[in-house]
Ligand binder design. Structure first.
Ligand code: C5P
Length: 402
């Protein structure tokens, strides 16, 4: 456990009533905690409570001479090893996304060079609003960490996503942010997303993979100090900070990009949903039904794509190779067979028949299937958490082999 200096920025949401518990969890973990409040935060939790639990003066004004006299706001921003924003309201996220510095908390957030972890809390409609979505994407792209929000009954009476993560989960996330760069010196090659196999000038065969799992692995690996090459099928997701991204469309392009980066890679994680087949030929122009006999169907001839993962596993070297398997039935047995057939070091199996896991969700329920036959089943987690568990296992494997 790394003991750090946590600057806890509290904004004005009802979830602020949980902040005393968060302070206690952080103190129990050995961290020093200082609190800064937005003007509205003090309506939901008293500065006196926070001061008593943190054992430190609480700041809420940017220009109060008494507060500035104790420690000025830039010194406070510099003091932090991590800034935790909890609860982070929609308004605060918007102000962060736009780099405003209109009161103490936003000014601290702009001034700090420490990593920032936000725990959003708001009404589900505010959370799902495109404005909030865009603001969060921007913040993620800048390297801001997120924990939650979770689904459940909201204080406003609505039910849905928007509850602040529990204090224990926020405290866990702080540990992850403060963890040392354990993959420094490693190069990771990650594939993500689906491939798109063109049929004619306008149509293509593809699948529902969003790329979220692979992007989460790339983000986590970069955060742990690795050099990361992310070979991505078509995806609108933002490139995680510090990641080298290679965009590809087809399985053949993906294979080429993978083999180009492979000599550098000590670890390969293949989350991509690669099309197993592609049209035998790509028509230069759009196939028109008018060119076919009335009522005639159309038969496509498909040919096999290379199995990139199996080819990587057959390529001599000391790299660690992780495969993914999306299965809709007999998940574990299918994954065991796949692991044997492909020859990878670890296979991550997920059940895509669930609605809360697999394609295009933010959460995933996976099992790690090991060559010896052992299976480790993980609970439903965010894809970021799955990525962290996966890289913990990869690090252990690397250590054992070294
Ligand atoms: O055989 P299946 O597609 O289920 O295997 C999934 C695993 O194999 C994933 O890790 C995926 O990225 C990889 N794969 C590949 N090339 C293919 C098919 C799958 O690299 N043509």
């Amino acid at each position: 456990m790394s003991q750090g200096r946590v600057l806890l920025a509290v904004s004005g949401g009802i979830a602020a009533y949980k902040i005393p518990d968060l302070i206690r969890a952080l103190k129990r973990a050995g961290h020093s905690v200082r609190c800064a409040l937005t003007p509205a935060a003090g309506r939901f939790v008293t500065p006196l409570t926070l001061q008593t639990l943190s054992g430190e003066a609480v700041r809420s004004e940017l220009f109060d001479p008494a507060e500035e006299g104790q420690i000025d706001h830039v010194a406070l921003a510099d003091w932090a090893d991590v800034v935790v924003v909890a609860p982070a309201t929609a308004h605060l996220l918007a102000r962060m996304a736009h780099g405003l510095a209109d009161e103490l908390v936003t000014t601290l957030l702009l001034a700090t060079r420490a990593p920032v972890l936000v725990a959003p809390a708001m009404n589900v409609n505010m959370w799902e609003n495109p404005a909030t979505r865009e603001n969060c994407e921007r913040l993620r792209a800048r390297g801001v960490w997120f924990v939650g929000p979770e689904s459940g009954l909201l204080a406003c009476g609505w039910e849905g996503e928007g509850r602040m993560a529990e204090p224990a989960a926020i405290a866990d996330a702080v540990e992850r942010v403060l963890a040392p760069p354990s993959l420094r010196g490693e190069t990771l090659l990650v594939t993500a997303g689906g491939t798109r196999e063109p049929l004619d000038a306008v149509r293509a065969l593809t699948n529902r993979s969003s790329g979220k799992m692979g992007f989460a692995v790339a983000r986590e690996a970069a955060r742990r100090g690795a050099e990361v090459v992310l070979v991505a099928g078509p995806s609108a997701l933002e490139t995680p900070p510090g990641v080298e991204r290679v965009d590809v469309e087809t399985a053949l392009e993906m294979r080429e990009a993978v083999f180009r980066a492979l000599p550098r890679a000590g670890v390969v994680v293949m989350t991509a949903a690669v099309a197993d087949f592609r049209p035998a030929q790509r028509e230069q122009h759009k196939i028109k039904k008018e060119d076919l006999a009335e009522d005639a169907g159309l038969t496509l001839e498909l040919v096999r794509n290379p199995d990139i993962l199996a080819e990587v596993c057959r390529t001599p070297g000391t790299r660690t190779v992780v495969g993914f398997a999306a299965e809709s039935r007999d998940v574990i047995e299918a994954a065991r067979r796949k692991l044997r057939r492909k020859g990878c070091d670890l296979l991550v199996a997920n059940d895509v028949s669930r609605t809360d896991a697999g394609f295009d969700t933010d959460t995933n329920a996976v099992s790690f299937v090991w060559p010896g036959g052992d299976v480790e089943e993980l609970p439903l987690l965010s894809k970021a958490q799955v990525a962290a568990h996966l890289l913990d296992r990869v690090e252990k494997l690397r250590e054992e082999r070294a």
